[in-house]
Structure formats: structure tokens, C-alpha cells
Design a protein around this ligand. Structure first.
Ligand SMILES: [Mg+2]
Length: 289
């Protein structure tokens, strides 16, 4: 099966190599990433001064459990209370850093509206409520990317396309062995858009994202503002896209916490589950720090 391709300027490039070319998709091995084995990671400290740290928290798979579809997750009252208390204890130095849009985070956490970065660092709402966005890809690029992603999604009914506006994601949770083939196809789409988009790994998803943004850029931007500035950054997450954030906080002398999973990680500490993350945060709120 071939992907039909059209450059955003209307020209048609030479045909791409076949996607899912009839052979075993497992022949596309996952690229090993440098980092430590998660099983070898120690736990983060059970107590620390919440008023001296800046908390950067991923959402799905970190604060809440995954659902088969992104919009099927459920948020319980206990999480809202935990986040409210952590906001209070840290003096407001808490931000959600997610691949979801900020609007989606707000909808799940209503009436709570925390500082947040959405769409992998593309958009951000600071502690004062000011909303900022990075440079947008052109409409033409986005339209072409959407069309090609939709073609990919139609190739297997177990793939789910999620259009988040300036980010388009393809979820392959039900067919993880297709990761290599999807990655290859998305890299070809990026080539067609002349670098107007980049590929980012989510958790069992591959996403086309505006270039130059990441969870690391989001954390760096928060850290230039009150009340985050001058504090020790702390990043907790489970996605491949959290790795850039881990690397940033490690370099800044902060604390990185990888949640479950088996992939090697740049994080220096780990927790085994969503419930362990919540218990750890609860301990920090109730602790002497
Ligand atoms: Mg996650």
C-alpha cells in the first residue's frame, strides 16, 4: 500500500516507499535511546521543601490512568484536591506540561485552572494567566499534514487519529508493532513540509508538532517567570516527550522522576505507577518541608 503525497505547494514528489509494505512491520526496530533502565532507578526523596521547588507535571499516565481513547480518561475529586493542595503548598509553583491542549486539560480539571503548557510546549498559560503560543505552521502545511495523517489512519482501523488543532496525533496503542512504520511515514511527511513540522513521540502515539517546541522549552519558559524563577525544577512524567524535560531539569540541578514503563530514561529517579505518584505528592504536601 502506498501513501499518496502532495507537497503543500501543490507539486507531487516522487512516490514514497511503500508503507506497511506487506512484510513484517517488526523489521522496523525501535531506535534504542540512551538512558538508564527504569527498573534500576531509586525513588525520589520522600520529603522536600515544596516552597523551594517548581513542580512540572505530565497529565496522562502520570496523574491519571490512560484510557483506550484520549477523551475517555476520568478525573476524580481526589486528584483535584491533591493539585489544589500542592498549588497552595508550593506557592503556586506548579504547572501541567502535557501533549494535550490547555483547553482539554481545563475541561478535565474544571473548575481548577492551573498554569499549563499544552501541545508539547506549543502553547502556555503562565501563573498570571497570560496565554502565549509559539509560531504556527502555515494553514497549507497543516492541511496537507492532516490529509496525509488521515490517509495513514485509514490503513488500519485500530489506529486513532486525534486532531488537536496545531498538533495532529496518531495513536497506535492497539497496534504497537506499527510504531516503526508510522514513524517512517511521518518523517516523510515532515520532509514534505520543509521543516514546518516535527515528529514527537507521545505515549503510544506519534505526533506532528510545530518545530522548535518541546516540554523542555515549556519548562525553561516557566522558569523565567514568577513564582517558578529561582526554585529547583522538578519534572514528573511517563512519555517519551517527557525526556526533554528530564534532561533540562537534570542540567539545572533539578529532580527528574520517570513514571513506570520499560524504556530507558534520562530521569534520575522513578515511581512505578500513577497511584505511587499521587502518594508521593501527598507525602510532600503533608511532610515537614
Ligand atoms: Mg504521559
Amino acid at each position: 500500500m502506498w501513501i499518496l503525497t502532495q507537497h503543500p505547494d501543490g507539486t507531487v514528489p516522487p512516490p514514497l516507499r511503500p508503507l506497511f509494505s506487506g512484510s513484517d512491520p517488526l523489521r522496523h526496530p525501535r531506535t534504542p535511546k540512551p538512558g538508564r533502565a527504569r527498573a534500576a532507578l531509586g525513588r525520589p526523596p520522600a520529603t522536600l521543601r515544596a516552597d523551594q521547588h517548581a513542580f512540572f507535571l505530565d497529565f496522562d499516565g502520570t496523574l491519571i490512568e490512560y484510557a483506550p481513547q484520549p477523551n475517555a480518561v476520568t478525573v476524580d475529586a481526589g486528584l483535584l484536591e491533591l493539585l489544589r493542595q500542592l498549588e497552595q503548598r508550593s506557592g503556586g509553583a506548579i504547572a501541567l506540561v502535557s501533549g494535550r491542549s490547555i483547553a482539554s486539560l481545563d475541561a478535565f480539571l474544571a473548575p481548577l485552572e492551573l498554569p499549563a503548557s499544552g501541545l508539547h510546549g506549543f502553547e502556555r498559560r503562565g501563573a498570571t494567566g497570560v496565554y502565549t503560543q509559539h509560531a504556527r505552521p502555515s494553514r497549507q502545511t497543516l492541511a496537507a499534514a492532516r490529509q496525509l495523517m488521515a490517509q495513514l489512519a485509514r490503513m488500519d482501523p485500530r489506529l486513532t487519529l486525534e486532531d488537536k488543532g496545531y498538533v495532529v496525533a496518531l495513536h497506535y496503542r492497539q497496534v504497537p508493532y506499527l510504531e516503526g512504520a508510522i514513524l517512517e511515514a511521518l518523517e516523510r511527511i515532515v520532509d514534505l513540509t520543509d521543516g514546518d513540522l516535527q515528529v514527537l513521540h507521545g505515549m503510544m502515539s506519534l505526533e506532528l508538532v510545530p518545530p522548535g517546541v518541546s516540554k523542555a522549552t515549556a519548562i525553561a519558559e516557566f522558569m523565567r517567570e514568577r513564582p517558578f524563577r529561582g526554585r529547583r525544577p522538578l519534572s514528573v512524567g511517563d512519555d517519551a516527550s517527557d525526556e526533554s524535560g528530564f534532561e533540562w531539569v537534570n542540567e539545572a540541578g533539578g529532580l527528574s522522576v520517570a513514571v513506570r514503563g520499560t524504556r530507558p530514561t534520562a530521569a534520575r529517579t522513578g515511581l512505578p505507577s500513577v497511584s505511587a505518584v499521587r502518594a508521593w505528592l501527598r507525602g510532600l504536601i503533608e511532610g515537614p518541608g
